[in-house]
Design a protein around this ligand. Structure first.
Ligand SMILES: Nc1ncnc2c1ncn2[C@@H]1O[C@H](COP(=O)(O)OP(=O)(O)O)[C@@H](O)[C@H]1O
Ligand SMILES: O=C(OP(=O)(O)O)[C@H](O)COP(=O)(O)O
Length: 394
């Protein structure tokens, strides 16, 4: 990574503002249902504690739209952090102002506190300079470890970097290095697997990847638009009519670049979009007008698995079917297992793909699972992430 990291600066006795992404899912009772993002932030926090820094954590949670709202309090996160770190992490009622200043003044070397949700202020998402300056004034150094929010130019991700030295945290560094190396210096064959619902969501990703990969596997709902573009009938399947020409162009671009564009060769078809819907395996030429393709078929899953098994680098974003329903989860599961079995570097990004990998029980066997959905997508599109760009160059 061409940015300074937390290990490149002296932090002992310093007040260090760490922007983490503690935007974790909560249930109706306010209980954390998945603390992956909290666990992923521990290496940076533990490093700072060990080095004797005074650690001030900041994050958003949900989208409270600039209003204080108890539903989006970081209190459950403070509790979970205290348990995971084995030391008390006090929650400060506001991320700027007197309460925050007093709490920071009392902070001893090696202690950690958490500021309340930065999105309780509307200035956060507006990247308001005065608000950013106030937050930055709490600290001597800024560490951005919030990869999941690095695609947002907000006050706590970008604004604060204008006032105090800003470096990358260890999670940020790991995310950017894994994905950056995969895209810029991949071991080959380099295979990308793109799935999910809509072509329109991932056009940028497909276009960027076509310049880099040896094979591009397309599954999920978005494959239908490509199949239709090739002349197949896709019945009632999810389809983006207005993207048919684009799909044709992408197929041509793949050809001219010598990239193997792999589409499903069979599907699991049903008449209803429902968990209990009766379903059957259908050849591409046999999808009926009243049917919809809700998963890739077994022959596709095997073909995709064979391609994945010979890869040295795999990047995966988006499920192969409606994996939330068991009847249409087989294709995604088979691909997840193939990626897990692959001997090369394997990287999974995107909320639903990560959920699918967890559900299949193979998460531990991936080289890297990104903590960022939108952020990893923008990274794959080749966009510059403002939260990264703003950090000091190495
Ligand atoms: N054939 C299909 N028809 C309709 N929806 C699909 C199909 N295949 C996958 N999906 C849906 O796509 C959604 C995930 O897409 P997306 O948000 O792009 O993935 P990710 O979060 O991994 O980036 C899932 O909810 C899944 O049910
Ligand atoms: O969860 C997040 O995004 P993600 O679901 O795309 O990974 C980040 O915390 C960013 O949140 P936001 O999309 O409300 O800015």
């Amino acid at each position: 990574m061409n940015k300074k990291s937390v290990k490149d600066v002296t932090v002992k006795g310093k007040r260090v503002l760490v922007r983490a992404d503690f935007n974790v899912p909560l249930d109706d009772q306010g209980q954390i249902t998945d603390d992956t993002r909290i666990r992923a932030s521990l290496p940076t926090i533990e490093y700072l504690v060990k080095e004797g820094a005074r650690v001030i954590l900041a994050s958003h949670l949900g989208r409270p739209k600039g209003q204080v709202n108890a539903k989006y309090s970081l209190a459950p996160v403070a509790k979970r952090l205290s348990e995971r770190l084995g030391q008390n992490v006090a929650l400060v009622q506001d991320c700027i102002g007197e309460a925050a200043e007093e709490a920071v003044d009392k902070l001893q070397d090696g202690q950690v506190l958490l500021l309340e949700n930065v999105r309780f202020h509307k200035e956060e998402e507006k990247n308001d300079p005065e608000f950013a300056r106030e937050m930055a004034s709490l600290a001597d150094i800024f560490v951005n470890d919030a990869f999941g929010t690095a695609h947002r130019a907000h006050a706590s991700t970008e604004g604060v970097t204008h006032y105090i030295p800003a470096v990358a945290g260890l999670l940020m560094q790991k995310e950017v290095e894994f994905m950056g190396n995969a895209l810029e210096r991949p071991e080959r064959p380099f295979v990308a697997i793109i799935g999910g619902a809509k072509v329109s969501d991932k056009i940028g990703v497909i276009e960027n990847l076509l310049d880099k990969v040896n094979a591009l596997i397309i599954g999920g709902g978005m494959a239908n638009t490509f199949l239709k573009a090739q002349g197949y009938k896709v019945g009632k399947s999810l389809l983006e009519e207005d993207k048919l020409d684009l799909a044709k162009q992408l197929i041509e671009k793949a050809k001219s670049k010598g990239v193997a564009l792999e589409l499903p060769i069979d599907v699991v078809a049903a008449k209803e979009f429902a968990a209990e819907a009766s379903h059957r395996i259908a050849a591409l030429s046999d999808i009926q007008d009243d049917e919809m393709a809700l998963d890739i078929g077994p022959a596709s899953a095997e073909r995709f698995s064979t391609i994945i098994s010979s890869a040295q680098t795999v990047v995966w974003n988006g499920p192969m079917g409606v994996f939330e329903m068991d009847a249409f989860a087989r294709g995604t599961e088979r691909v997840a297992k193939a990626v897990a079995d692959c001997q090369g570097t394997t990287i999974v990004g995107g909320g639903d793909s990560v959920a699918a990998v967890e559900k299949t029980g193979v998460a531990e066997r991936m080289t890297h699972i990104s903590t960022g959905g939108g952020a990893s997508l923008e990274f794959l599109e080749g966009k510059v992430l403002p939260g990264v760009a703003a950090l000091q160059d190495a």
